[in-house]
Every structure is written in structure tokens, then in C-alpha cells.
Design a protein around this ligand. Structure first.
Ligand SMILES: [Zn+2]
Length: 244
């Protein structure tokens, strides 16, 4: 599998016959060979996870499919495309939290799509395709803020671990998980808990606002995850993962 770090929480995961693009909001989308199915995921409506420019991919990849969290408002986009003679709705699947469904991709194969409930807005995605499991957290994270009330932070912990329980001992091939420096002393908590709960082989930290140094800092505290955690050093970086 080939993974490209685009920007922030935006990644492209490319397999032999499909390409999954997650939470694009800026940066360069890698060239995707025309023979591959393309599925674009949006975890929620926030500007750092969703850019309506993704629909421009239709020009280059007319068969592209979009899986978009229900909190994203699409009415105006659909009308805009209708005027251009394109029925955008036929390309879109609206994703709700806590669901499981089988989607037929344009290459004729099936994708099992499961969603979790984010602790912010929208959903996290768990994909099973060709026996490979890919997880993209969106903004599902342990958002413990120093300035928040005890009650808020307690509710947050409860909500986060409720979702992690659903992933308990899950064998995940590739995971994309937030590691947000703004959380200061609690910045590592969400990812370290995720590592503890799941059996994830290749884990890409994300949502670090260009502070690449947070990844080595995390590994300094948790050297036991050195095999799994990928060190991202720049936008556009490509990782070839052998065996999957
Ligand atoms: Zn975000």
C-alpha cells in the first residue's frame, strides 16, 4: 500500500485497484491512475477536514465516489452541479455515525464501511477492503483541554473510551490518528490510548498543525510504539508499506 501525507489530516491510501482519499482540505492530491477506483472520504464539515474543491475531482476522475459525513451541507453544491448537468447525488453516500454498510465500488468490488461517533463533529471511518483494514479517525480524539471544566473533560474521556471500546483488540493495518499539540500536557493521551486498545500495525499521526516534531516527541515518551508509528517529516511524503 502506498500512503501519501497530503496535509493535516489529509492522506491518500493507494492499493492495487483503488485509492482512498481522506479529509482533503489543501495541498496536492497525488496523481491517481485512471484504472483505479477513487473514493473520497470527509469525516466532518470543519474547514480543516472538508474543502468543497474535492468535487472538482469529478472533472479528472468522472467515476469518483464520495463518502461524506451527514453534518456536511451539500444542498448548494448539488444545485450548482445540477446546473452543469451533473447529478452529484449519484456520486455521494452520506455517512451517519455508528453504521455498517457494504458499498460497491466502481471497480466492482465491495468495501465494508463502518463508522464511529466522533468526540467532535461527524464520524471516524473504519474500512475493510480486500481483507485490509484502514482506520481514519477524523476528529475522534481525546480532547482534554486544560481550560475546560472537570465535567467537560470527564464527559470527553467517557465518550472517547466508549468509541475505543468498539475498536478493542481490532487488527488494523493502517490507522490515521490525531496527535494535536494544542492539547499541551494531554496531547499524547488520545494516540497512546488508541495504541493500547488496538492492534494497529502502521499508524500515521495527523492533525498536528505542521508541528512535525510532535511525532518524535511522542516516540520519546512511548518508545514501545516505535515500530508502528510513522514519522512524517513533510507534506507530500510518500510511504510504501510492504506486505499490504
Ligand atoms: Zn480538525
Amino acid at each position: 500500500m502506498k500512503i501519501t501525507y497530503i496535509e493535516h489530516s489529509g492522506f491518500c491510501a493507494e492499493l492495487e485497484d483503488v485509492c482512498f482519499l481522506f479529509d482533503y482540505y489543501k495541498g496536492a492530491v497525488p496523481e491517481i491512475s485512471a484504472g483505479k477506483a477513487l473514493v473520497v472520504f470527509v469525516s466532518h464539515k470543519h474547514g480543516d477536514h472538508y474543502n468543497p474543491e474535492i468535487f472538482g475531482l469529478l472533472e479528472k476522475y468522472p467515476k469518483v465516489q464520495f463518502v461524506i459525513s451527514r453534518d456536511v451541507r451539500l444542498k448548494w453544491k448539488i444545485l450548482e452541479y445540477r446546473e452543469k448537468g451533473i447529478d452529484l447525488e449519484t456520486h455521494i453516500l452520506a455517512a451517519a455515525k455508528n453504521t455498517e454498510q457494504l458499498i460497491t465500488l466502481t471497480n466492482g468490488k465491495k468495501l465494508k464501511l463502518e463508522t464511529l461517533k466522533s468526540t467532535d463533529e461527524g464520524v471516524a471511518y473504519l474500512l475493510t477492503y480486500d481483507e485490509k483494514v484502514i482506520y481514519h479517525a477524523g476528529d475522534l480524539n481525546l480532547w482534554i483541554w486544560e481550560g475546560e471544566s472537570k465535567q467537560y473533560n470527564n464527559n470527553m474521556r467517557k465518550a472517547y473510551f466508549t468509541e475505543l471500546e468498539k475498536l478493542k483488540d481490532k487488527k488494523i493495518d493502517v490507522a490515521f490518528v490525531p496527535l494535536d499539540p494544542r492539547l499541551e500536557n494531554h496531547a499524547f493521551d488520545g494516540l497512546s490510548s488508541f495504541m493500547e486498545y488496538t492492534e494497529s500495525k502502521h499508524v500515521f499521526p495527523m492533525h498536528f498543525w505542521g508541528e512535525f516534531n510532535i511525532i518524535p516527541a511522542f516516540l520519546e515518551k512511548y518508545p514501545e510504539y516505535g515500530e508502528q508509528i510513522k514519522i512524517i517529516e513533510k507534506t507530500g511524503q510518500v510511504f510504501e508499506i510492504s506486505g499490504i
